[in-house]
Design a protein around this ligand. Structure first.
Ligand SMILES: [Fe+2]
Ligand SMILES: [Fe+2]
Length: 244
């Protein structure tokens, strides 16, 4: 039985895009343990189980990047693609060795408890959960990985994913470095385009487009490249119609 079947058997009915990444992990035991974590992304503290927003609905950030519903899954999918491309470069150009299983596992777990730090407000926007007042997503995931008995190397990969400037420790292995670079690259790619789309929308129409998604933002920026300011106005109009 493939991992895909394992994942879809659960009542969580995990996004098939995440299941596809899980299925790329060759080591069966690691693959199953990652699948179980994705099916049950929770932490228990003082007898209370914290669940947070579902992975499918969750953003991956509140302001800098992927700050819209569905952003979490898009971030993990994009970071996995970038990470695998970096693995190709390590092997083909530098003749280096890299463990792709650990890289994929690291990408899949690196922000998996972030949704616990968010909650949906009545107006549909996302804000910080009460748990976020006490713990950040990195501390949550590292403690839960240690409790679940993951290898020290995989704990390190996740622990180092914010890099030496913003995290508690910098990447000390090729696998950790690949995960860190994939994470910041996609955060920048998404965040810069979101900001550009918001700016273009404001300048072209005078209105503020709220909760702009990655896909909408790329369309708006592309419209400016192809058709100038008129294109922006048309693209924003299209986005508004689709939302109704
Ligand atoms: Fe993170
Ligand atoms: Fe991330």
């Amino acid at each position: 039985m493939g991992t895909m079947a394992l994942i879809h058997k659960g009542d969580s009915d995990l996004d098939s895009r995440l299941a596809k990444i899980v299925d790329k992990i060759q080591d069966r035991e690691l693959r199953n343990r990652i699948a179980q974590f994705i099916e049950n992304p929770t932490i228990e503290i003082e007898g209370k189980t914290y669940r947070g927003v579902s992975l499918e609905a969750s953003p991956a950030g509140l302001s800098h990047h992927h700050s819209y519903s569905g952003g979490y899954v898009e971030h993990v999918v994009a970071a996995a693609e970038i990470a695998l491309t970096l693995c190709d470069v390590v092997e083909k150009v530098y003749r280096g060795l890299v463990n792709r299983d650990l890289v994929l596992a690291g990408v899949l777990l690196h922000d998996i408890l972030k949704p616990l730090t968010y909650m949906e407000r009545e107006n549909g926007a996302f804000g910080k959960s009460p748990l976020a007042d006490n713990m950040d997503h990195l501390t949550l995931i590292v403690s839960e990985m240690v409790r679940r008995g993951f290898s020290l190397h995989l704990v390190h990969i996740v622990c180092a994913h914010h890099g030496h400037r913003y995290g508690p420790i910098g990447p000390r292995t090729i696998e950790a470095l690949v995960c860190h670079l994939a994470d910041i690259t996609d955060s920048r790619l998404n965040g810069e385009v979101l900001r550009a789309a918001q700016y273009l929308t404001r300048e072209a129409t005078g209105i503020e487009l709220h909760n702009v998604s990655g896909k909408e933002a790329f369309q708006i920026v592309q419209a400016k490249t192809m058709e100038g300011w008129e294109g922006v106005t048309k693209a924003v109009e299209k986005v508004k119609q689709k939302r109704q």
